[in-house]
Design a protein around this ligand. Sequence first.
Ligand code: LLP
Length: 451
Amino acid sequence: PLTARVNDQDHLEIGGCDVTQLVQQFGSPLYILDEQTVRVACQQYRQAFARHYPGESLVLYASKAWNCLAVCALVADESVGIDVVSGGELYTALAAGMPAQRIYVHGNNKGREELALAIAAGCTIIADNWYELNLLVDLVAQRRHTPLIDPHELPAGVALIQGSPRVMLRLTPGIECHTHEYIRTGHLDSKFGFDPNQMPEVLAFAAAHPEIEWIGVHAHIGSQIFEVAPHRDLTDVLVEWFVKAAQMGLPMQELNVGGGLGIRYTESDDPPSIEDWSKVVCEGIVAACQTWHLDYPKLLCEPGRSLIGPACVTAYTIGSRKVVPDIRTYLAVDGGMSDNPRPITYQSLYSLVLANRMSAPISEVATIAGKHCESGDILVKDAKIPVCEVGDHLVVLSTGAYNYSMSSNYNRIPRPAAVMVREGQANLILRRETYQDLLRQDCVPARLQTH
Ligand code: LLP
């Protein structure tokens, strides 16, 4: 899906921009985000839901995958909403101009201030646990006599909202799926959501608090999932709880099936398409609604990885080479686990290409190492690549999801810049961090200050 090709200089081109030139202009490492690929994925989700679901639907972008102003503004422009999981993501989405009606606030331990910001701006909140239910009731009571936040705490141009907060209930559906243990969320032993056994009590609590608009139920089963069956199973569970909540007199309107569709990182990955996934989800909801004689609620989904993952590549420059005779060749690049912590965290696999000699024959097996002081800082183990030289540009593919968003300054390495490319134009969307940026939050006690 990436709008990529090889140009007449044998260089990789993305969004009409020569990757080698981009690195010369913006530096290395560099995140390169292809605008069109994100737009197409947004459209595929929206169109698939419109085609397969007779009721209203809304696609939310799970911005934990990559949250920054430009990405939020881009998905807003595609009429997609956004899922945020912290005050910081929420503030960024608002500042990017995402309408509050399309912002859904997640998290398993939202703080009082985060909830206050969400209520004051008029976002929808997904309540995860009893602590939050009590906080919500408390905040609504507080708002009767004092404003929840100072209007200055909202980004410029965002208005304070007065209406009752819209709240969805998140439940743990008890559905197992095959993905990395760290990114499974739907099984009963999960830190997220209400245990289904608690739901009757939760619904009774909600019914006793009409000052909150209890509008729906939500569940998410995990990430990088290739099977569609667990998602199909989820639709039954969700509709059942939706019906029970409506029977309690709650003003149920929306159902949120979460995200989780996997993407292709290597040739052996074979995920379903956005169309196939959406069809299964929509048909599951439709069938369950018919079973319960339920009018079609508004249907939400919140993909992150499949909306942005394939749209970005990371370009690195090759530096040192270490040959361990008969064992392995290490090729080191100028980034690593601080810009892409997924291999060291989840043993994730990635594919790569040599951007400045695309048709060079594959002629060696080398392990692509990062530059961090950590043996596990390996981006791609035993990669089959052309013979590379110092200064070559190695590009790791499909780095749009959970790379920049999980990046760090480990070893005090500044974060890379990011550019958004489209039709031969590249715009900076994240400035490269500088050494001064690294010092920005540092403070030194007076007794240690030497100058
Ligand atoms: N909704 C909820 C409530 C979630 O927890 C998540 C992801 C999503 C939606 C989006 O899921 P996606 O469509 O992206 O699979 N850092 C890990 C992934 C963590 C996913 C957390 N939740 C990784 O790099 O693989």
